[in-house]
Design a protein around this ligand. Structure first.
Ligand code: SF4
Length: 246
């Protein structure tokens, strides 16, 4: 897929519903298409949309070993509800001897290095096997994500990145989840509006930025997966009809 094709697709898909973007991505890239979820509301909604259409997508998550018990339970619930497998990508072996260390706490020693080892590195290895990946990011989540397009070139990892919910609001995601009874993390109701690893996530107060609870007290806002690099594609000429596949 050329840069021009990607730009045309980005413009065309801007006005399409997420379900359609997912289906077009599967049609173009399956079986070398993966969907990465961190089990936030957006990821759960995307899984629901993909599963309802029985799309040929490889589901995976980054299992840092430090997720909340509620997140691990939700992982199982989603697999059971949709009859899918969500593979856990790990930089560690899930045996007692190799379990993630708790002392010294790696997120306190160097959070960037911890994210690099437990998230970015295993993700990079996985994405090297794919032609495209689906993410659950929305533009209004962070400044870095504000320029996300429905489909774009991921210069950081060297493949096509599909963001079906880029143009959706948190309210639209919540409305979909409610309408289709999508399983969500119970921590959401306890003030955890953005949920990552347990040691690096706190609840947020009313009126706070929804991601204020991530790496609270530090300047860190991203784990390094969705930071934008030069080279991402932006649409050249918005249109209302997609042409072919992304
Ligand atoms: S979010 Fe925290 S615990 Fe999880 S990988 Fe990053 S620094 Fe480590």
């Amino acid at each position: 897929m050329t840069t021009e094709e990607l730009a045309t697709w980005a413009g065309a898909l801007e006005v399409r519903p997420p379900q359609e973007i997912l289906a077009l991505a599967a049609g173009r890239f399956a079986p070398r298409l993966g969907l990465a979820t961190g089990f936030g509301p957006e990821g759960c909604v995307l899984i629901d949309m993909a599963a309802r259409q029985a799309l040929d997508i490889d589901y995976f998550t980054l299992d840092t070993g430090y997720l909340f018990p509620e997140t691990y339970a939700l992982w199982q619930e989603l697999e059971s509800r949709y009859r899918i497998t969500i593979r856990g990508l790990r930089s560690w072996s899930p045996t007692l001897a190799d379990a993630p260390p708790l002392a010294p706490a790696p997120w306190r020693v160097d959070a960037d290095a911890c994210c690099e080892a437990r998230k970015v590195r295993p993700l990079r290895a996985e994405l090297g096997k794919l032609d495209a990946w689906v993410t659950a990011i929305r533009r209004d989540q962070t400044a870095d994500r504000a320029g996300a397009m429905p489909v774009e070139w991921d210069a950081r990892f060297g493949l096509v990145k599909v963001n079906p919910l880029a143009h959706w609001s948190a309210q639209e995601v919540a409305a979909y989840a409610k309408a289709y009874h999508v399983p969500l993390n119970p921590l959401l109701a306890r003030g955890y509006s953005s949920i990552g690893c347990a040691p690096c996530t706190t609840p947020v107060a009313p009126g706070e930025d929804p991601r204020a609870g991530r790496w609270r007290g530090s300047a860190k806002t991203e784990c390094g997966i969705h930071e934008r690099c030069a080279g991402s594609v932006r649409p050249t000429a918005p249109s209302t009809e997609p042409e072919g596949s992304p």
